[in-house]
Design a protein around this ligand. Sequence first.
Ligand code: NAD
Ligand code: WQD
Length: 351
Amino acid sequence: MCNNKTAQDTCVLVTGGAGFIGSHTVVELLQDGYEVVVVDDLSNSSEKVFDRIDTIVGDDAAERLTFVRADVADKDAMEAVFDTFDIDAVIHFAGFKAVGESVQKPIEYYSNNIGNTLALVDVMRAHDCKSLIFSSSATVYGDPDSLPLTEDSPKKPATNPYGWTKWMIEEILRSITVADPAWNVVLLRYFNPIGAHASGLMGEDPKGIPNNLLPYVAQVAVGRRDAVHVFGNDYDTPDGTGVRDYIHVVDLARGHVAALAWMRDKAGCEVFNLGTGRGTSVLQIIKAFSAACGRDLPYVIEPRRAGDVTANYADCTKARELLGWEAEFGIEEMCRDSWNWQSHNPYGYEG
Ligand code: NAD
Ligand code: WQD
């Protein structure tokens, strides 16, 4: 990316920009003055999100947003995008993300996640666009030897195909920066993104039964499900339930904007953890969400879920020092905004 450009003359391609994290990032980019092109095939999202984005950012900023419905692996479509727009950098969210489903559908996961990334970098190279931010995950740390996790903590073998796709895409992108020093790659390892836009207009909208804790809790709160199933209360944690570093999706979105500004005059491959640095247990989440929605949410204790780690949370010193980014919101705001979204959109965008 040319280092004398400002947000106002920078065009960012956001793959998967209709999804949960992508849509919140698009809002932050537009509000910062960027021109944004979203490529999404809507395989796990709704086109209705774009009306919500327009409402949040207003007409002027919305004019800087273009949506192209396409699969990132569709080279002709992607060539057309790069021919039409002068793309300076890419934020690559597009991919499948359900851990359990990846065990059942490894071919689809390896193909969509790794295949689409390879197709993307190939088209980027052909158009001499070599700045890329990739959505990686704390899943690459596996079961940690010690906490908090720094970017230097070892990567551990993944326990499912989804985890392997993140693990391998990181290595693929690193290899590309080694082979061609003109590439500029930032790997962002997200911890557990939750929450929603404070407007209540955008949030997480999983299809089917939610796999992740927060959307499940939110659906119990809104009456779509009977009780939260707590997967294990015999872990070596203060209350026996699993501990995670939950991060507000708006903080996470802003982390991408900070990384984009930082990488302007950089090259190579850099990794950043994006979390809050604080661990919260499942029972603490249920308590915080109960406070947010105004009633005690029912829960039942179940056996541990296969593949779950006891605890993980991030050391985010590197992001603070280099990107000047730090998470602003705590669990209370995450649950408040998640409830605001869920209570106003009980069936998500289509409801
Ligand atoms: P999401 O499913 O809401 O968003 C992904 C978007 O990509 C969807 O809109 C989907 O329609 C689109 N998509 C999928 N395959 C595509 C393809 N081949 N071409 C075009 N569009 C395609 O997921 P999210 O929670 O917003 O996650 C975004 C990224 O962050 C993913 O790569 C995910 O693996 C990663 N991530 C998510 C979490 C999390 O807990 N949500 C944690 C760590 C990393
Ligand atoms: C959190 C805690 C569960 C559901 C996953 C992926 C990870 C990343 C984020 C993409 C754990 C417990 C959960 C439920 C529960 N995604 N739980 N009842 O497993 O930390 O991370 O999403 O990259 O790769 O693995 O998130 O929300 O599923 O679970 O008790 O119904 O909640 O056991 O302790 P996880 P999660």
